[in-house]
Design a binder for this molecule. Structure first.
Ligand SMILES: O=P(O)(O)OC[C@H]1O[C@H](O)[C@H](O)[C@@H](O)[C@@H]1O
Length: 507
């Protein structure tokens, strides 16, 4: 940590601790902390009201966090991100997911557009039936090659899916069998999604899916396979026809890859126009993040709140509740984005960190979660900052009563967490002063989903810059994989516990 950053932290630590109720009596908090994020001119609809007034941020803290961002070199790092500089130093590569949305280094944007064009041709060919009848797509991938597609397909294709998509990630055959049971092999395509095209779960599932097609009367199973990868040579070597390999650049990180050919099942499910809208919504947020300075930059402001709670209030988790059934997979998606990016113990310079890094991200769907885990949020001993996400327009066509109750519950929870309630009976008293932020979209359409995801990508990046860490590598997932390989290979000695488990399972 440089001296300038340390000096700002010293000032931040000395800031007074006012309660939320006191802060509300201090001044116009909505003016200071409630803002609209717009999707820009190209996308005609779309705004998200972002309200941090129920957090402990105030004008002094915003000012100090702006100082922190300056001391951490935020502007320069952001410029490097968008310029395609090699900011992922440990892997010696750039992080160019924004170029997939049309914002970034010119050559990278052009390359992304050309690859998208190729992907669009295949998607359109499927939709017009040029590849024979395709009613089902089994998308096989894991981690970043599955979570984004699963979220987007689930969120956007509820009304009408052009093709029925099943995302399978787990090596547990139960997952793949469930997809087989739901698909007719005669009308099923398989997408193998793997940046490296070497992940054992994905390659094993892909083999089994190919076998399933062959065993069930498909004469040319290989002809039904599409590969989505940054390693096209490996896909061709595996046996995928070159014309069905949809590549994406190495500089797009796995958990940032929904916008590349990894988004193929989204386009197949909802159509190219909606996929393009999703990119456009994300691009609008890219431009906001690139062009807005200080606390007016909303992903950066979100990171200020995150840093406040993690560093100054000792919060070890943060919770996200989508009051929208269509965003049921959003917490899962966010967990990988935030925890795999920022769950680190060393700085970007390789020094041990001296402050906590990413909190544990968790969450669920409202109102379900209210009846399950909110007890702890209201009366437990942990302080947990909460994000609420909701849409003004309903996702259903039932009696508007459903959506009214959904939204009123969402807003009531934020109010209750903040206000608390005094009672003579300790078991019935609520301390209150528990923070939340609310993100209220006009409508959960494709552009909004793109914007929402891009907002969180940039929030994650901003947090990383403020903490001085590299959010784009993930070496922490490697050790377990290496040990699994050793076990597979046999003949290795492990600790007594592991040996006993292996013996008990007959392995
Ligand atoms: O896309 P793949 O190369 O198959 O990788 C799939 C996933 O596995 C890895 O273990 C990483 O932790 C993830 O970031 C990645 O998204």
């Amino acid at each position: 940590m440089n001296d300038a950053v340390a000096a700002v932290w010293t000032k931040l630590e000395a800031t007074p601790r006012r309660t939320l109720t006191q802060l509300f009596s201090d001044g116009d908090r909505l003016k200071l902390l409630s803002d609209r994020l717009e999707w820009g001119e190209e996308v005609d609809r779309g705004e998200m009201l972002c309200d941090w007034s129920k957090t402990h941020l105030d004008a002094e803290l915003l000012g100090l966090f702006e100082e922190l961002a300056a001391a951490a070199g935020f502007d320069a790092k952001r410029e490097e991100l968008f310029a395609g500089a090699k900011i992922n130093k440990t892997e010696d590569r750039a992080a160019e997911h924004t170029a997939q949305r049309g914002v970034g280094d010119e050559a990278s944007v052009e390359e992304a557009q050309a690859l998208h064009q190729r992907m669009k041709m295949l998607v359109d060919a499927i939709h017009v039936g040029a590849l024979g009848p395709v009613k089902h797509l089994i998308h096989i991938g894991i981690g970043g090659s599955a979570l984004g597609p699963a979220l987007a397909v689930d969120a956007l294709s509820r009304d009408l899916a052009l093709v029925d998509v099943h995302v399978v990630s787990n090596i547990d055959g139960v997952a793949l069998e469930a997809a087989f049971a739901a698909c007719d092999p005669a009308t099923t395509m398989i997408a193998i999604a793997s940046k490296t095209f070497s992940t054992i779960e994905t390659m094993t599932n892909a083999q089994s899916a190919l076998k399933w097609l062959g065993d069930n009367g498909v004469s040319d199973p290989g002809g039904r396979v599409v590969a989505l990868t940054a390693n096209p040579d490996a896909a061709v070597e595996w046996g995928v026809d070159e014309t069905r390999v949809l590549p994406f650049p190495e500089t797009v990180g796995g958990r940032y890859s929904l916008w590349s050919s990894i988004g193929f099942p989204v386009a197949v499910s909802v159509g190219w126009d909606d996929f393009a809208e999703m990119l456009a919504g994300a691009a609008a947020v890219d431009r906001h993040f690139r062009d807005t300075d200080g606390a007016a930059n909303l992903p950066l402001r979100a990171a200020f709140a995150d840093q406040y709670y993690t560093q100054l209030r000792g919060c070890q988790t943060r919770a996200v509740f989508a009051y929208d059934e269509r965003l049921g997979l959003f917490p899962d998606y966010l967990q990988q984005l935030e925890m795999e990016s920022n769950g680190k113990s060393v700085t970007a310079e390789g020094e041990p960190v001296i402050r906590p890094t990413a909190p544990i991200t968790w969450g669920g769907v409202g109102t379900d979660a209210q009846h399950a885990v909110f007890q702890l949020l209201h009366q437990g001993t942990h302080l947990i900052p909460v994000d609420f996400i909701a849409s003004i327009a309903p996702g259903d066509d039932l009696d508007p009563e459903h959506h009214r109750i959904l939204l009123t519950n969402c807003f009531a929870q934020g109010a209750a967490l903040m206000a608390g309630q005094a009672s003579d009976d300790p078991a019935r008293s609520f301390a209150g002063d528990r923070p939340s932020a609310t993100f209220l979209c006009d409508d959960l359409d494709a552009a909004t989903l793109g914007a929402l995801i891009a907002f969180h990508e940039h929030r994650t990046f901003a947090n990383a810059v403020l903490m001085g860490i590299n959010p784009f590598d993930q070496f922490g997932v490697e050790l377990g994989k290496a040990i699994a390989k050793k076990i597979e290979a046999g003949g290795n000695e492990f600790d007594a516990s592991t040996e006993a488990l292996l013996a008990a399972a007959g392995l």
